[in-house]
Design a protein around this ligand. Structure first.
Ligand code: GLV
Ligand code: MN
Length: 195
C-alpha cells in the first residue's frame, strides 16, 4: 500500500533529475486527457520462454498518471500451460480477474499453508500483500487475467531468478545448504537463469 496523495493527481515526470518516493509531477498545464487512459487490449507475446506467459504492466513507469495514486494493473497472457512463476510483490496486495482460460491460482501464507483454486472467466482472486503466489493456465486454450495492485509500483520478486539468476550470483555454499542439494544441482538451475 502506498502513502495517501496530497493532491488530485501527479502525472509522473519520468525524466526528472531528482529521485523521491515516487516521481515529481509534470506541470498541470502539460496534463491532458490522454494521460489518464491506457490501452491493455493488446495480447502479450507469450512464446518467448518456456514459461509461455507475458505480463503487460500498467504501473507508474508505463502509465505515469498513476504516480502517487496507490494503484496499478497488469494484463497477464498465458499460452496453453503457461505459468506466471512463483513470485511476490513487496509493496502491494493483488486482486485478479480471469477473463479467459482455466487458471490455477495458488499462494502460500507465512505459516506455510498453501491455498489454491482453478478459476474461469469472471472469477476473481486476492493475494495478500507480500505472499508468494503463481498462476498457471491449466486449460487447453489461451488465458487472460487482469490483475490490480494497491501500489503504483508493486515491485516483483521472482523466486527462481532472485535466487538463481542474480548478478553477481548468490554463492553456491548458500544455495546448496539452503536447499540441501549438491553443487551440480545448483549449477544446473543457475545455468537456466543466467547466473
Ligand atoms: C500476477 O500475479 C501479477 O503479478 O500480475
Ligand atoms: Mn503477482
Amino acid at each position: 500500500a502506498d502513502p495517501d496523495s496530497l493532491q488530485d493527481f501527479c502525472v509522473a515526470d519520468l525524466n526528472a533529475s531528482i529521485s523521491i518516493n515516487g516521481f515529481p509531477c509534470i506541470p498541470a498545464s502539460k496534463v491532458s486527457a490522454s494521460d489518464f487512459f491506457f490501452d491493455l487490449s493488446k495480447e502479450g507475446i507469450t512464446n518467448t520462454s518456456n514459461l509461455n506467459f507475458s505480463v503487460t504492466p500498467a504501473n507508474v513507469l508505463s502509465f505515469p498518471a498513476v504516480n502517487t495514486l496507490g494503484i496499478s494493473m497488469n494484463r497477464v497472457d498465458y499460452g496453453p500451460g503457461g505459468l506466471n512463476p512463483p513470485h511476490s510483490h513487496p509493496r502491494a496486495t493483488e486482486m485478479g480477474l480471469v477473463v479467459k482460460g482455466r487458471i490455477l491460482v495458488g499462494f502460500v501464507t507465512t505459516s506455510n499453508v498453501y491455498y489454491s483454486k482453478v478459476l474461469t472467466r469472471g472469477e476473481i482472486f486476492v493475494i495478500p500483500s507480500g505472499l508468494v503466489h503463481f498462476q498457471k493456465n491449466v486449460g487447453k486454450g489461451k488465458g487472460i487475467v487482469f490483475t490490480s495492485f494497491n501500489s503504483h509500483m508493486p515491485g516483483v520478486v521472482i523466486l527462481s531468478t532472485t535466487l538463481f539468476g542474480s548478478q553477481p550470483p548468490m554463492p553456491n555454499e548458500v544455495l546448496t545448504q539452503a536447499f540441501q542439494v549438491d553443487d551440480a544441482v545448483v549449477n544446473s538451475i543457475k545455468s537456466k537463469f543466467g547466473s
